[in-house]
Design a protein around this ligand. Structure first.
Ligand code: ADP
Ligand code: MG
Length: 404
């Protein structure tokens, strides 16, 4: 079950939100509603589910509705219409006490502006949320210390924010969001104000933290690289609407419309696409079929190399036409002429890291899964065409996967 389920969620800013919702229903655009009524569509009929333990990224240009959407999830903003279910419970109908309980126990938040109090120590900043919630001193101290440790700030408890670098200040913000051990962490452009290198470190650490703590994270960014790097799934917003939800690969390789396509066209695909996207189906043979059959197969399929596997598709090596001819001439079994020095990579290897090995390898690189099974091979043409954004180039790989 989804941990958060959003149904037809809409937020209108202005004097008569219900009227604006009606106009949306009649197909009016955000722009037209603003022009005619001066009301602003913050979020337009968003529906989606967030799974426990995933990093769900909400991405979009400035003004597309990301902050409004994330604030609707913990009701910092009241929705105009629609539902937000947390573990099946509608938070839109919650009273003040229930809502406080929800924010206190289940949902934490980290903001872009670190929002630290300059006259409070790091520790006092980290425990601020707990203090507001009325948690007694000893316990909140303990929780805050734990959270600071998690984000690597042990030893800095008594420092003040201005003694810390930007990255460290944001760690304090992160610790504050984590202090009450929430199920869900909402992060609104949490890393956007950081220097690029520190930002990359923080992304990396967030992934480590996530792997350890298995929190559900809703992460907002306007930066596509960041979204691709950390998102399990990405929701792309435009004018308050969600235009596509998918894994990073799906967004890149199957953009839902022209808007998404334009959003992603400048991405360096080699850093995102993996071996499994570019691999094609190899011709294979099992050794007991012998060198004559091997030669026959090569002639039929017009290739000069066969990949040799056992019956379970585990890769044993490769034979070339020369190898097979030699085996026939010298009356050798196929095993005797198998080349075992085939370069192997896992399916999730990014193409960016493969150029050198591709240039050096004598035979096409084999893509091999954890059980040593051959999933496909990488030939230069298919890799280049995948990188050039030919979105069908991976079809061969997908086809092979179905057959294997
Ligand atoms: P993002 O976070 O993607 O930059 P926001 O959610 O902040 O976008 O804003 C979405 C839209 O709602 C924008 O057009 C913005 O001007 C408008 N908006 C946001 N907050 C308010 C508000 N309090 N009053 C009026 N309009 C608002
Ligand atoms: Mg915002």
């Amino acid at each position: 079950m989804s941990i958060i389920e959003v149904k037809q969620l809409t937020k209108v800013f202005g004097h008569d939100p219900k009227h604006a919702v009606k106009l949306l229903g009649q197909g009016w655009s955000k722009e037209k509603i603003y022009r005619e009524t001066k009301m602003t569509i913050g979020v337009n009929q968003a529906s989606f589910g967030i799974e426990p333990g995933e990093i769900f990224v909400i991405m979009g240009l400035s003004g597309s509705g990301k902050s409004t959407l994330v604030r609707l999830l913990n009701r910092l903003i009241e929705p105009t219409s629609g539902q937000v279910l947390f573990k099946g419970r509608d938070i839109v109908g919650m009273n003040k006490v229930e809502l406080r309980e929800l924010r206190r126990k289940h949902i934490g938040m980290v903001f872009q502006k670190f929002a630290l109090y300059p006259h409070r120590t790091v520790l006092a900043n980290a425990e601020y949320g707990l203090e507001v919630q009325g948690i007694e001193k000893k316990q909140r101290r303990e929780l805050a210390m734990n959270a600071l440790k998690l984000v690597g700030l042990e030893g800095w408890e008594q420092s003040y924010p201005d003694q810390l670098s930007g990255g460290m200040q944001q760690r304090v913000g992160l610790a504050r969001g984590l202090a009450n051990d929430p199920d869900i962490l909402l992060m609104d452009e949490a890393f956007s104000a950081l220097d690029p290198l520190i930002r990359k470190d923080m992304q990396h650490e967030l992934l480590l933290l996530q792997a350890r703590m298995k929190k559900t994270i809703v992460f907002i960014t306007h930066d596509l690289d960041e979204a691709l790097r950390i998102g399990d799934r990405i929701a792309l917003m435009k004018d308050g609407s969600i235009v596509q939800i998918g894994t990073p690969e799906e967004i890149l390789t199957r953009p839902a419309d022209k808007f998404v396509e334009r959003f992603v066209e400048d991405v360096d695909l080699s850093k995102v696409l993996t071996a499994s996207h570019a691999m094609i189906r190899p011709e294979t043979i099992t050794p007991e079929r012998g060198p004559r059959v091997a030669l026959q197969l090569m002639r039929e399929s017009g290739v000069s190399t066969l990949y040799v596997t056992d019956k379970e598709k585990r890769l044993l090596g490769a034979v070339t036409a020369d190898d097979a001819s030699r085996a026939v001439k010298e009356n050798l079994p196929l095993e005797a002429v198998i080349q075992t020095n085939v370069v192997m990579v896992p399916p999730d290897e990014v193409l960016n890291g493969l150029f050198d090995s591709m240039a050096e390898a004598k035979l096409p690189i084999a893509v091999v899964d954890e059980q040593s099974r051959l999933r496909g091979i990488l030939i230069k043409g298919a890799v280049m065409s995948t990188l050039a954004g030919n979105r069908d180039a991976s079809e061969g790989g997908a086809f092979y996967e179905q057959r294997a």
